[in-house]
Design a protein around this ligand. Structure first.
Ligand SMILES: [Zn+2]
Ligand SMILES: [Zn+2]
Length: 349
């Protein structure tokens, strides 16, 4: 079968490798679409970062080289001994987290924070291939009403949904989202799904503003308007109930910390490449806080799949499919240059 194999910095090869074989408790999936994530770009251009170069991961036993891809959907072709509730021909989305099951975070249900967490496609052969094999606890069924293209977006949309939950908002809340990339878009859909109507998306790029506006979002251009001043005016000086940073740059953090209300959170859902110097006195004076968020658990997957089944998510204008043969030129290069928003790879093309 064809697969995108990662050999290290700037080394990604599309090659023919043997199809993976099943063990007990595992499920074989014919991959339909696999999304390219910012993490994959980091591994290619700056890595290896998460992919273990030589020490095998404690839960998967795998290190480089391996097949990348952790955002995918597909159809079950085979189930291993001992697998229950999953059958051939099931349409599925994969929740790509390996967890130990016995550390403190695992025992409290927060296995996204497992002390030895691993990811399918970073610490095990992943979904950018015609077939992949996953443990049955990574499987989520997709109802027929959800196309498999949409199914490949459950993973990034669950990252955003988990972040939205941590914002502790309700349908009366006002929220600010910094950044209108795929996670910013996911935050907007998640918050709308929770009933919020007062949401502004702060984004300097006109292309990204247009994309999210076309979905129905209200946007602010931080190069043309003083966002903290506008929010202060609009909220009688009280500030918003939650801000979300999906931009990962200092100006976003600084602006957000001036916009949130007393005792309210800034939720950080970005990958920060560099340390930021930012006036934390803005936290102290109003008892504001910064809350990190990483990945998701099964609850977020179930919530996103339920919203997708209701037709809540719209991929118009920001999601495209490319062939696996073009993963570098049409995929990584285009995303890195900011010319595309979200690209799904078809491993059969
Ligand atoms: Zn990802
Ligand atoms: Zn654990």
């Amino acid at each position: 079968m064809r697969a995108a194999m990662y050999y290290g910095n700037h080394k990604l090869e599309i090659e023919d490798i043997p199809e993976p074989t099943l063990s007990a408790g595992q499920v074989k999936v014919r991959v339909s679409r696999n999304g390219i994530c910012g993490t994959d770009l980091h591994e290619y251009y700056d890595g290896p970062i998460f992919i273990p170069p030589d020490q095998p991961h404690p839960l998967t036993g795998k290190s480089m080289p391996l097949v990348i891809g952790h955002e995918f959907s597909g159809v079950v072709t085979e189930v291993g001994p001992g697998v229950t509730d999953v059958n051939e021909r099931d349409r599925v989305a994969i929740e790509p987290i390996y967890r130990c099951g016995h550390c403190r975070p695992c025992k409290t249900g927060r296995y996204n924070l497992c002390n030895s967490v691993g990811f399918h496609g970073l610490m095990a052969d992943g979904g950018m291939a015609e077939y992949t094999v996953v443990p049955q606890d990574q499987i989520h069924q997709l109802p027929n009403s959800i196309p498999l293209e949409m199914g490949a977006l459950v993973e990034p949309m669950s990252v955003a949904y988990h972040a939205a939950i941590l914002g502790e908002v309700n349908d009366q809340s006002q929220a600010l989202i910094y950044g209108a990339g795929p996670i910013g878009i996911g935050l907007w859909f998640a918050l709308r799904g929770m009933g919020l109507t007062e949401i502004d998306v702060v984004e300097p790029s006109p292309t990204r503003r247009n994309a999210i506006e076309a979905l129905g979002a209200r946007t602010l251009d931080p190069t043309g308007v003083d966002v903290p001043e506008l929010i202060a005016d609009r909220t009688d000086g009280n500030g918003v109930d939650a801000a979300f940073d999906a931009a990962g740059v200092a100006p976003a953090i600084e602006s957000a910390l001036e916009c949130i209300g007393e005792r309210r959170p800034l939720i950080s859902v970005a990958i920060y490449d560099k340390p930021l110097s930012t006036p934390l006195i803005n936290l102290v004076l109003r008892e504001r806080r910064i809350q990190g968020t990483i990945c998701y658990t099964g609850d977020d997957y179930r919530a996103v799949i339920a919203l997708m089944a209701q037709g809540h998510y719209d991929t118009t204008g920001w999601v495209e499919t490319i062939p696996m043969s073009g993963v570098l030129e049409q995929g990584f290069e285009e995303l890195r240059a900011g010319r595309k928003m979200k690209l799904l790879v078809d491993p059969t093309a």
